[in-house]
Design a protein around this ligand. Structure first.
Ligand code: Z5A
Length: 201
């Protein structure tokens, strides 16, 4: 996905448990890249702005009930409905920094007990990330950060299962960062990884 083509933007994905710092750090990376003059956009999944996203949002807020398979396919459809826009942006040279992607889709659903290969299946054919920043934090530590809100998955026992599923998904695009370091140290490490990655492109 553009690894050997400087004219394409890069697809950079942030992953990790709830409260690991993805939103803070993806925002910081975007500001850093903007300052460097890199054309960049900040994206996130679920994209709650579409009609599929609204169904997901209502489910996460416990305002609607859906079975596990259905919500899994909705999360996946929410990525599929953005696929061609993503591809066009990358082709036109824009780097996308994305808060959560297919790894969240597979880990959260597999943590509920769905078959992992079944979970991976609707993700096949989506754009592969060039770099995945996994912000690594123990579920207990994440829970200490301001406490969880009221959304469906924000429970310690469930986050433990998600963490286990994430570990089975590590691939060559992954960089694992200790998310318990200070916000500035995490940011510095991400910049280092980005620098190495950018040189290798
Ligand atoms: N989900 C799914 O099931 N399937 C899918 O396909 C997708 C998602 C895409 C909603 O996601 C849920 O959807 C999510 C997975 C599921 N459920 N869970 N859990 P979301 O993206 O809307 O929500 P979130 O990812 O859980 O976001 P979050 O709670 O905002 O967490 P965050 O972005 O990782 O963290 P943050 O907002 O940057 O930081 C959290 C707090 O920690 C905040 O007070 C910070 O100031 C603090 N913080 C951050 N970094 C540090 C450090 N280094 N030290 C100390 N404190 C820190």
């Amino acid at each position: 996905n553009g690894c050997n083509d400087k004219s394409r933007g890069s697809l950079i994905v942030f992953e990790g448990l709830d409260r690991c710092g993805k939103t803070s750090q993806s925002g910081r990376l975007v500001s850093y890249l903007e300052k460097k003059g890199v054309p960049v956009e900040s994206w996130r999944f679920p994209d709650r702005s579409t009609s599929v996203g609204e169904m997901i949002s209502s489910y996460l807020a416990n305002k609607s009930q859906l079975d596990d398979q259905t919500v899994h396919l909705l999360f996946s459809a929410n990525r599929w409905e953005k696929r061609s826009l993503m591809e066009n942006k990358l082709r036109s040279g824009i780097t996308l920094v994305v808060d959560r992607y297919s790894y969240s889709g597979v880990s959260f659903s597999a943590a509920k007990g769905l078959d992992i290969e079944w979970c991976k299946s609707p993700e096949r054919g989506l754009l592969a990330p060039d770099l995945v920043v996994y912000l690594d934090i123990a579920p207990e530590k994440a829970a200490e950060r301001g406490g969880y809100g009221s959304e469906r998955y924000e429970q310690l026992e469930f986050q433990r299962k998600v963490a286990q599923q994430y570990q089975t998904l590590r691939d060559s695009a992954w960089k694992v960062i200790d998310a318990c370091l200070s916000v500035d140290s995490v940011e510095e490490q991400i910049r280092e990884f980005y620098g190495l990655f950018d040189k290798a492109v």
